[in-house]
Ligand binder design. Structure first.
Ligand code: NAD
Length: 260
């Protein structure tokens, strides 16, 4: 028996990196998964095909997390197809490598639109869709260890991920007070090797190997950067009923840097 058998899960930015690992693990553990992406349609559809070939249930839907109308359409489609939604992983995000002096208003707005507004909308429409389901539901928001370590080169990113922490805690308490069977938690990944880090390496003028070595030395007391599956197992725990007493909580998974 799978750890999320019978549940319906939606993962934003689910075609690459952490989101891809989440969708594959949730599907392997019995959930029907909806993989959503803004641009990476072919990659999303390919992951769906692989999950189906392995005997799982998956659907692809296009969703720009910063667009209110996209969320309304996607929620309607999910309920039409599966009749319910139990899990949302608000994972989609972008990073911009700029400090406070370098950050323009358009950089700031671009990061906020996706990393904060996207999580707000996913949490809002998640609650709206889940609250009358009569089943245990879980929202998992992906923040970042940057909220704890404040690396100056990620100014807008860190601010947006700080908002995710407040969104998570405030929504979690709201759901408790409203009597909804919905838990809301946040994960704070440390440095995990995904396409996002390849992009950051390019911004620094480094190869990915050089950047990973630098990150391992500076930000990973455990000695190496993480893998997407390191985060996916925490997503699985928070998505499943194993975590039924956990809400408004912070899960730091970072190879030790926040403890330093
Ligand atoms: P990634 O670039 O592989 O994944 C991010 C995904 O979000 C991409 O598939 C991208 O297409 C999608 N996306 C971007 N804008 C979108 C939008 N408007 N609507 C829908 N999808 C959109 O990188 P990743 O490392 O897997 O990042 C996943 C999440 O984890 C992000 O929120 C990131 O900030 C967070 N995170 C990553 C790390 C790390 O070290 N990799 C550390 C801390 C937090």
């Amino acid at each position: 028996m799978g750890r999320v058998d019978g549940k319906v899960a939606l993962v934003t930015g689910g075609a690459t990196g952490l989101g891809e690992a989440d969708t594959r693990l949730l599907a392997k553990e019995g959930a029907s998964v909806i993989i959503t992406t803004r641009k990476k349609v072919e990659q999303g559809q390919a992951v769906v095909e692989e999950i189906r070939k392995a005997g799982g249930e998956a659907t692809f839907l296009q969703l720009d997390v910063s667009k209110d109308d996209d969320w309304k359409r996607v929620m309607n489609e999910v309920v039409k197809k599966y009749g319910k939604l139990n899990i949302i992983v608000n994972n989609a995000g972008i990073s911009v490598v700029k400090n406070v002096e370098e950050t323009s208003l358009s950089d700031w707005n671009a990061v906020m639109d996706i990393n904060s507004t996207g999580v707000f909308l996913g949490t809002k429409y998640g609650i709206e869709t889940m609250k009358n389901s009569g089943e245990p539901c879980s929202i998992v928001n992906i923040s970042s260890v940057e909220v704890h370590i404040n690396e100056p080169d990620f100014f807008a990113y860190n601010a947006a991920k700080g908002a995710v922490r407040s969104i998570t805690r405030t929504a979690a308490i709201h759901c408790c007070e409203a009597g909804y069977n919905i838990r809301v938690n946040a994960i704070y990944p440390g440095y995990i090797y995904t396409p996002m880090l390849d992009g950051e390496a390019r911004d620094y003028g480094l190869t990915s190997e050089q950047y990973l070595a630098q990150l391992a030395e500076k930000y990973c007391p455990i000695g190496h950067v993480g893998e997407p599956i390191d985060i996916a197992y925490a997503v699985l725990y928070l998505a499943s009923d194993e975590s039924k007493f956990v809400t408004g909580a912070d899960f730091i998974i970072d190879g030790g840097i926040a403890a330093k």
